[in-house]
Design a binder for this molecule. Sequence first.
Ligand SMILES: *Cc1c(COP(=O)(O)O)cnc(C)c1O
Length: 404
Amino acid sequence: MTSPELPLALFGAPPAFVEPLHVGRPNIGDRARLMERIEDVLDRRWLTNNGPYVQEFERRIRELVGVRACVVTCNGTIALEILIRAVGMRDEVIVPSFTFVATAHALQWQEIKPIFCDVEPRTHMLDPGRVEELITPKTSGIIGVHLWGRVCDVDGLQAVADRHGLALIYDAAHAFACSRNGRMVGSFGRAEVFSFHATKFFNSFEGGAIVTDDEELAEKMRLMRNFGFRGKDNVVYVGSNGKMPEVCAAMGLTSFDAMDEFIAVNKRNHECYRDALDTVPGICVLQFPADERSNYQYVVVDVEERDAGLSRDELVRVLEAENVLARRYFTPGAHLMEPYRSFQPQAGLVLPETERLSTRVMTLPTGQTVSEDDVRRIARVIATACAHADLVRARLARKGTLPP
Ligand SMILES: *Cc1c(COP(=O)(O)O)cnc(C)c1O
């Protein structure tokens, strides 16, 4: 057997990993403790409807974030929908397109038009100046997204919201347990929403939470979460069903117990990626500023094709052959997905940074199931591919392209 031209799976070498490495593989805390809690749920036969584990989970979130009220829900999307309705958003709301599509869907689901706004190239998050340009008499609010566990320009956005009398809320699905200058995410704007989906660093299988200092708003959202029931047979409000089951709260509490460990592992991996990729031209691992504390759940790599020799999409294919399933975030931007693409075909004209980022950004596997050794091996693949970019590109060209 002849040895491959390069030590890469693309050239016939054995893949770097036998089993695929995923972005967002769930972190799992102490199993025995989880099982104990689940047994307890079953013994009590209180499976849902604001049970003791849900109440304990809400209390621990409130204490961590330092807010007066927490309403946990069955997922983050329902949490966003409930909050959007509770703060009275209507007509048009300004959101980034560089986000997971649920941010826009939560508006469109209730016939509110998402107006897509561009982001700052440095932070990948809403640019308050651009937000202000998009305000019309129909604008009722702004939803910022704390992307990658970083913190939005909260002061800039609050100033815009105040100047125009708009509701400002945050999709903090990525940013549980993150903070800036000691102030926790969850305490900004009117209210903020977390997701505890399995792929987030901290999960409750599925789950979400809305946190706010506004107790009146929280009370309204509690009604909305449970069909509008106040007391036993008394419906006082139009409501949905956004309740979190007890098993999910049991998982959430178990994740809580292990949270410091999850963050430590993510941080270690993040530093390891940064060190290992530091010397590869055109490959830049997104950093967290010194005044922010992150959960380090996202290892975000910006690929400058001119210096790396390969595009982001080419690198994703190189990694895929090695069983490293890097993700192209957010490709395409929400404005290029249906129904937004058909509703607003011109949206891209005001989103140059979003469109640029969506061709250059990828995220790499991290979390409990990824070791430092794995990280170094992934970095070596990237370095090798970039060092031999011409050969790699020629090889890829023969294999066709990724779907858009
Ligand atoms: C995960 C996510 C959501 C949706 O949360 P679910 O709990 O999956 O419904 C919303 N926005 C962003 C930015 C997300 O990453």
